[in-house]
Design a protein around this ligand. Structure first.
Ligand code: PHE
Length: 454
């Protein structure tokens, strides 16, 4: 944190500064943004909180808070040319801000420990769908529960950590960027195939209607806060990932344009995911607002009833796995870059160390959803849910608040780094100073259960 040169990657331990190409950066940032949040969480919260009206609300939240905070994080990363701790420190010359920045290095590490578990489930489901094993039983809830109770989730979680580590160890342009440049367009192709399949199912149009025809009477204050929280999670904000990616962006790249492209990409992938999940659910009489079990427990029933279902189901789970892996890579890069900077380790050594540590602390999470640790709960939740709750609902808004206050009140040269015209700069500052902090505090109070709606 105190080191002023290491973050530029030009210091000891790095042969030359690592940098993204310009399209590579956009695709990589989209890869981070598009993840289980878009494919797994977005459909069920949209189902629960008001369908199309919720979707519109989500777009508004992306525009008015998501994009400005995304721009802030990218600017901090490029301006400070370091990890979140060293960038905050360098730009403010204050140790307190360095320590605050450090929190957003711990959060992605913890998030990855359980994100990799869910990513592992998706790979397992892809395998058993293609091989038809999934469809041998007809009780998919029971099937999921017995899988979660076995030791297999640990095996798949280790596979995910290994793949993620392998990509990160190869570096920015030769690993992370290359991986995303192939997989993000590939993901789009898979999404389009599945969307066409879903839209041509008899009865599927009722799902489109639910997803795209707004009924504002369904909205509540709670929907607003859920939409806001999800805009944050979906753009990978508050976890140091966009700060870390920002450090590898070339000076001449426009961060404002990049933020728009990443926000637009995130939205398009969420839209298509909705156009797959809702028509499929409606065509087979599945209730889309039923919660986290939607994709693992309910959708297999739809695939089993559809011609070539094991193939389309397999593709669907592959799609989830790819989305999860490109996000996992961005989560791992945050602590890896920090370890490289701090201990002057090579990328390979830092990756092996960090991925192993993260894999080990994820094992109890993998065994906590009905597995051998299923009997132990913390604050009434299985370990995986508890870590998710603390990270997503407490630490993430906290880091988001740190970013908005830092850019709004502390870092005086933020505008130069962001490169906005004076008109947009004034709007950005207004959001950073007055709108985003208030909204983030509200998300926090709501998610932490301090304010509730019943
Ligand atoms: N944005 C990812 C998603 O939608 C989650 C994520 C958050 C990934 C933060 C990386 C960092 O699933």
């Amino acid at each position: 944190m105190q080191n002023h040169t290491s973050g530029d990657n030009s210091g000891k331990g790095h042969s030359k500064a690592e940098r993204f190409s310009s399209t590579g950066f956009i695709l990589t940032a989209i890869g981070s943004a598009v993840g289980l949040g878009n494919m797994w969480k977005f459909p069920y919260i949209t189902g629960k909180y008001g369908g199309a009206a919720f979707f519109l609300l989500f777009i508004v939240c992306l525009l008015i808070v998501g994009l400005p905070v995304l721009l802030a994080e990218l600017s901090i990363g490029r301006g400070g040319r370091g990890n979140p701790a060293s960038s905050f420190f360098r730009l403010s010359n204050s140790k307190t801000w360095g320590v605050l920045g450090f929190i957003s290095i711990v959060v992605p590490f913890l998030i990855l420990s359980f994100y990799s578990v869910i990513a592992g489930w998706t790979i397992h489901y892809a395998v058993i769908s293609f091989s038809n094993v999934l469809y041998e039983s007809s009780d998919f809830t029971e099937h999921f529960n017995s899988f979660a109770a076995s030791n297999l989730p640990v095996v798949w979680q280790i596979v995910v950590m290994f793949l993620t580590g392998w990509v990160v160890a190869k570096g920015i342009s030769g690993g992370i960027e290359k991986f995303n440049k192939i997989l993000i367009p590939g993901l789009l192709a898979l999404l389009v195939i599945l969307m066409v399949r879903a839209l041509t199912l008899p009865g599927g149009m009722a799902g489109v209607d639910f997803f795209l025809r707004p009924d504002f009477s369904k909205l509540s204050t709670e929907s607003v806060l859920v939409a806001l929280g999800h805009a944050f999670f979906s753009l990978s904000l508050g976890m140091g990932t966009m700060v870390t990616y920002g450090r590898y962006v070339e000076r001449q790249q426009s961060l404002g344009a990049a933020s728009l492209a990443v926000g637009g990409g995130d939205l398009i992938y969420a839209l298509i995911a909705g156009l797959i999940v809702f028509p499929t659910s409606f065509a087979f009489g599945i209730e889309p607002g039923q919660g986290p079990g939607l994709v693992f427990m309910a959708l297999p029933a739809a695939f089993s009833a559809m011609p070539l279902g094991s193939f389309f189901g397999g593709l669907f789970f592959i799609l989830l796995a790819i989305a999860a892996l490109t996000s996992a890579v961005s989560l791992l890069e945050v602590p890896v870059a920090f370890v490289m900077d701090t201990w002057k380790w090579t990328r390979k050594k830092a990756t092996i160390f960090t991925a192993t540590a993260c894999g080990l602390i994820g094992i109890p999470s993998a065994l906590s959803v009905g597995g051998i640790l299923g009997g132990y709960t913390i604050a009434g939740k299985p370990l995986l849910d508890f870590v998710d709750f603390v990270c997503s609902n407490i630490l993430l808004p906290m880091c988001g608040l740190i970013v908005t206050l830092f850019v709004g009140y502390v870092w005086k040269k933020a505008g130069e780094e962001a490169g906005l015209s004076s008109f947009w700069f004034r709007i950005w500052m207004f959001v950073m100073r007055y709108i985003a902090p208030v909204l983030v505090v509200l998300i926090f109070l709501y998610s932490a259960g301090v304010i509730g709606f019943k």
